[in-house]
Design a binder for this molecule. Sequence first.
Ligand code: ZN
Length: 841
Amino acid sequence: MKNQFLTLLTLLLVFPACFAQQPKKPNASEIHESIKKLNFLGSVLYLAAHPDDENTRIISYMANKVKARTAYLSLTRGDGGQNLIGPEIRELLGVIRTEELLAARRTDGGEQFFTRANDFGYSKHPDETLAIWNKEDVLSDVVLAIRRFQPDVIINRFDHRSPGTTHGHHTSSAMLSVEAFDLTNDASKYPEQLNATTTWQPKRMFFNASYWFYGSQEKFDAADKSNMLSIDTGVYFPSSGLSNTEISSLSRSQHRSQGFGNTGTRGSSLEYIELIKGDMPKNANSVFDGIDTSWNRVKNGRAIGKLITEIEKEYNFKNPSASLPKLVKAYTLIQQLEDSHWKSIKTEDIKNVISACAGLYLEASAQHNWATINEDVNLTIEVINRSASNITLQSIVNPNNDSISKNINLENNTKFSFNEHYVIGSKAEITTPYWLTEQGSLGMYKVENESLIGSPETPRSQNVTFNLVIENTTIPFTKPIVYKTNDPVKGEVYMPFEIVPIVASQLAEPVVIFENNTPKQVAVVVTAGKDNVEGTVSLNTPKGWTISPKSLAISIGHRGETKTVLFTVTPPSSQSEVKITATVTVNGTTYSKGLNEIDYDHIPFQTVVMPQPSKFVRLDIIKKGENIGYIQGAGDVVPESLRQIGYHVAIISPDDITPANLKHFDAIVVGIRAYNTVDDLAYKQNVLFDFVKEGGNLIVQYNTNHRLKVDNLAPYKLQLSRDRVTDENAKVTFLDPKNDVLNVPNKITEADFEGWTQERGLYFPDAWGKEFTPVLGMHDKNETEKQGSLLVAKYGKGHYIYTGLSFFREFPAGVSGAYRLFANMLSIGKEDINTEPKLNK
Ligand SMILES: [Zn+2]
């Protein structure tokens, strides 16, 4: 077991750096830095909740200046955030942000780990967070990460003593870290973990203090810092020509999906860390004070440390390969160590240094970026030694563990290229993010294979090992198979080599809404993983729904080709919400997972195969008024959602906001944060108010108080606040039960507030003119009631409505009550309403 774990760990340590993008090609200065790092045996674990929480100044400082093994444990993968660079949300956004963290670590020199906790959205308090996460499981994962990584020092981004002052995930991360510190060395805690790891006691824990935890820079300057260490993270590295703070900005800028581009700074830059557990270092400059970080901490390690010190001193920047004899000697000594934590880590590190000193280039590339089980894969192998050292390629080992003898003498700077083929084993697994293969819960990913818990990615299964004899010593170098191609614009592009199912399918739309009984055609997209796929496509038929035809034959000629087939779906006559999955049957085997590709320049190409049911919703809804003008703000899919239920929605730019244009619309809806993002609205408010005065409806969705472009958000007094209700299940009370928005044309009941997602709403007003009627009351646990989520005012002959309810989240999730309530808001004041109210059953 232990060896298996070490092998896994080894894979994790080595491959993230070369997963798909071009392999690292270190220069002479970088090799020298890596040799220095071989002689440091200490570890720092930085811990927080989300991708982008981490302080890259400290991570880069620890990895590049101190030369410690440094890792960031992010409890979540950031599924709940927004995506500024593309359409991916939820799980696929979590994949992007996982890769952005790995890209950040490739930049700052750290490693990356996770837990199974899912970023389910904002929570105000750790109590709420820990009720939705499975607290025991997340704590177990934190303990496991510490036992595996064996940090001497843990630094928490957040303060465990201040629940309620920041995101509940943040405080929870620190609370779990503090709790884990006292459990990791206790063999009676999570004993099942000890089959694959050992107990471990970190020496110290710190909290990465910052002025924002104190309210202001002045308060922080004045704070007692006797329990803090200060670290100057502004150090300069002549070897790279960069300040540490410049490296950390490059790392931070990898969080492109979050718009976290960051400009580097130069010069001294102090960070403070406050001691939480363990003893205060006597040497104020070192978190490792009192910890032996030399090879002496490993039994029989002293000789290795001495040898590496010599290699470092004698290093020839003009000819790094001169270090090879001693490096190989050190490698041999490391192999003779008893099985230990450091043996496996330093083995991989020194192999990378040996490879770099010899100018080795070892590559196995496939002809496509994917293949299927039982497929014969043709590999192009390239091997070159760019040093005077005597090196022989003894053999290569393919992914099926077949060893192929070669015995090629690798002469200096002579490229050897040849082909090998192998058949992907029938037991090989689909390569996809391991945490997405099963559907998890709101708060947790489901991971069947426990050895994968904590890993940033699914370890590569399709690898080639090159057994080289260097200085009379056989050293194996394992490389994942890659695919590479030449892009006329970008040049050489590397992609990971994946195993995909022979066929994948998914409905084209994740959510389909029916406003009445009219059938809709829905498209199923089928992708073939190999040539000549013949099968039948079908959809599961939930009770009350009708799908025709029952199945459709499909024939796809070429691998990678996609075909679309259409089914007609008829909903039941009453309200219904169901999940429908597309299945393809080929030769008696069913395939029902979707295939998603994610392609951005800053991260490796991602292929995600996962269960992808679509939500089908039959609404009970009556609508009045059909022409809607939509003024876009920060961006939301409300217009598309309203179109799905039959409204005519026209997007109107600020220039189009004229009395003549507006009179064509029954209602104008203002997109989220429009008054924060659209400058020209400052000059259009009076036109919009006149539209209301003449009988129109104006519905304004949430804005924030920060940088409002208008003085008068509404025709009456209206004051925004930071009030929000983050519990999507918070009870909703009807403050004005007779109000039209709760009654016509759709009778709104408590049932309309069931099944909401992520939150009720945000940035509610907390003060308003007497002209407004507050309609709904709600609050989070232990808070006072908030009454500003839906405010209705008559103005002239029309109505002005301000709402912080999160329609922009509920619509794409197909929440029926949100649609019904919004239809009432659009209908208010429309004279021709005479239909019987419809009840949401
Ligand atoms: Zn965060």
